[in-house]
Design a protein around this ligand. Sequence first.
Ligand code: SF4
Length: 124
Amino acid sequence: MIKEITCISCPNGCEMSVEVVENKIIRVENNKCERGISFANEEIFNPQRMLCSTVKTSDPKNLRLPVRTDKVIPKNKIFEAMKCINNIVINKNIQMGEKIIENLLGLGVSIIASQSLKINSNNV
Ligand code: SF4
């Protein structure tokens, strides 16, 4: 099986062809450096992503607060992670980088605020 993947390890964004036979990578083409091979292994056997999203707030002037994971998470956990994120409502002031969810899905990863939020108490 040949998979076409884009290496995101650097801005070059090499579009690589990866041949996989019996759960083993036997050939990688179009990678400009060795890091492409490591990326291909990760992407094919254990794909991971940073997750960026927003959570609800109780402040009518700032209805959503941007958040992100502080590390990558397995791609197949993103749907479950979004369910957790969608259940959160922030009703207090938050500093950028503050943890919103700790140990998301037991992965040892936190959801952190991508910006600060000051709840306007006149609006709550
Ligand atoms: S293969 Fe090397 S040069 Fe190409 S995107 Fe990946 S890290 Fe960059």
